[in-house]
Design a protein around this ligand. Structure first.
Ligand SMILES: [Cu+2]
Length: 251
């Protein structure tokens, strides 16, 4: 009989890789973004309306998990870049002339940089800007949910009607009770020294709400708002201002 021992330890190393869900598209001009210890660069990239891009992101820092995603209507799915690695994703610039598209390059609860893709002249002109509207979600799964957590967001704190649930499909219903500011709800899992973004409801406007169902395993989490300076009209980093609470998922 053969012994199959020695494999269990390997499973632990895989956890941080699971949220890399995008590796799509090929071709297009390469736009290189470097993730450093304190910020990402460059802060501005000139693009042409309608242009196809390959966003190539290198995590040149000690942060285990660095993320990039489109915000405020920019259609780039979130992707994760582990320390020392390079990841890329295709992105096609919309056809509107003189528009700006924002990418957020960040470590959950760490440094955050807003990168602006600035589209100049050329292409069709249209006025349907990515303004306002629905809160966007990332990482959600289909219901039905096993449990429900109600969260309220206001500057600058997060409150929830419970701080612990059993592992399973958890529905988060987030209400932004602010009268003026946009907030979001990110569910961050503590993995070693890093926080891994398990899913989020982004850009919930003042007075609005949003919901998402996430499949969560046992562990220590934070419920947080990751709006940073320069995003959604904010001049401060909401996490640094205290928008986070501990949350536990049990077996
Ligand atoms: Cu906030």
């Amino acid at each position: 009989m053969k012994a199959l021992s020695g494999l269990t330890g390997a499973a632990l190393g895989l956890v941080l890789l699971t949220t890399a869900c995008t590796e799509s598209g090929s071709g297009g001009r390469e736009v290189n973004i470097t993730q450093g210890d304190d910020s990402c660069s460059p802060a501005t990239v000139d693009v042409t309306p309608g242009e196809k891009l390959q966003i190539v992101v290198k995590n040149d820092s000690d942060h285990d998990v660095y993320e990039v995603e489109g915000i405020e209507g920019t259609k780039l799915e979130e992707f994760v870049v582990p320390s020392g690695k390079t990841r890329k994703s295709g992105y096609t610039v919309p056809g509107d002339a003189n528009a700006t598209y924002k990418l957020k390059c960040y470590v959950p609860a760490g440094p955050s940089t807003i990168i602006e893709l600035v589209a100049g002249e050329g292409g069709a002109t249209s006025t349907d800007g990515g303004e306002g509207g629905e809160a966007e979600t990332h990482g959600g799964v289909e219901g039905p949910a096993d449990d429900e957590v109600h969260v309220e967001l206001v500057e600058y704190k997060v409150t929830a009607d419970k701080n612990s649930v059993k592992a399973g499909k958890i529905e988060f219903v987030a209400k932004n009770i602010s009268e003026t500011q946009t907030h979001e709800l990110a569910v961050l899992k503590k993995e070693g020294g890093a926080l891994d973004n398990e899913g989020e409801i982004e850009d919930i406007e003042a007075g609005k709400d949003g919901e998402i169902i996430l499949e969560l395993g046992p562990g220590d989490y934070e419920l947080a708002c990751l709006i940073s300076a320069g995003e959604a009209g904010s001049t401060v980093d909401h996490y640094e201002q205290g928008m986070k609470i501990d949350f536990t998922v049990t077996e």
